[in-house]
Every structure is written in C-alpha cells, then in structure tokens.
Design a protein around this ligand. Structure first.
Ligand SMILES: [Zn+2]
Ligand SMILES: [Zn+2]
Length: 166
C-alpha cells in the first residue's frame, strides 16, 4: 500500500494522513487515519472511501438516514476516484459495507412495541407514528463509526467537528 499512499498524499495535499488503529476520516483535523494491514486486500478501497468523505467535505449529519446517504455518496465518489488509480472496487464489497449500515438503521428505526418502521425525530430519538412509543438511540454504532474526541467539551456534545466517519 506504500506507493499508493504516496500517490494519494501527492494528489491530495490538503488532506492529512496519519497511521492509526483503523480507517476513518476526521473532519476536525482534516485527517484520514489509516492502518497498514498488509493482508487486508481491500485497504486500498477503504482508503479511497475515506478520501471520498474528505473530498465531499463530510462534517456531520442530522440523523441516521443522512449518515447512510453520506456513506452511499462516499462510495460513489470512491468508485469515481478509483479509475484514476486503475483500481477496481468490488461492487459486492460496497454493498456489504452499506448493508451493515442498512441493518443498523433498520434495527434502530423499528418500533420495539409494534414492529413498525418509523422515522427519527432527532439524532437520538425515534417515535412510532402507530403506537406513539418513543425510544432513544445512542450515537454508538456497530464498529466505532461515530467517535467522540476525548476531553470533549460537555457544553457542546453535538458539535459537528467531533464526528468522524468510517
Ligand atoms: Zn409502535
Ligand atoms: Zn464511510
């Protein structure tokens, strides 16, 4: 992945790249965090995906649907960028990644009382239009997709810049 990473650094001088414990985009520091797992064949795809979040200037989202839409657009962008590097991102890989989000969204948005799929009323709350049950969801996602920066100010937990994208 070394040469590819060097190419990306040259082509995207406005983005910082930092070796870390996973792949994600941090809008606050304009940094793509990556991990160099040599056995992981799709690390190039993931890297392109994170760069796409950066290129699309993804900073935050108002609700779960918007997050899903951002994930979709980041993959569309990644495919577009990939042609420049002669990389072919497997469509199944993309759909698998998005399915993880879709399943997560489905679980969160299904009413625990009557099983109807409902709409979110704010970032942490869903309300069933059928039986009027209200439930809270956490900002935690399946695998650290939403990470609050440590020592965050308690006064502004919703500050957009504290969100990261995977
Ligand atoms: Zn219900
Ligand atoms: Zn993503």
């Amino acid at each position: 992945m070394g040469n590819f990473l060097d190419c990306l650094k040259d082509d995207y001088p406005d983005i910082n790249f930092k070796l870390g414990d996973g792949f994600y985009w941090s809008p606050l520091s304009k940094t793509v965090i990556y991990t160099d797992i040599k056995s992981k064949v799709n690390s190039e795809w993931t890297l392109l995906h994170e760069i796409s979040h950066a290129v699309l200037d993804h900073k935050g989202y108002k609700n779960d649907l918007e997050l899903l839409a951002m994930e979709v657009s980041a993959w569309v962008k990644a495919k577009e960028i990939s042609t420049k590097y002669d990389i072919k991102i497997d469509e199944n890989h993309i759909q698998n990644c998005l399915d993880t989000y879709r399943n997560w969204l489905h679980l969160r948005s299904t009413c625990p009382e009557c099983g109807i799929r409902t709409l979110q009323i704010d970032k942490k709350t869903y309300r069933c239009h059928n039986c009027h049950t209200v439930w809270k969801v956490t900002s935690e996602r399946f695998c650290r997709p939403y990470r609050k920066i440590e020592n965050e100010s308690k006064k502004s937990p919703e500050k957009l810049s504290q969100v990261t994208f995977v």
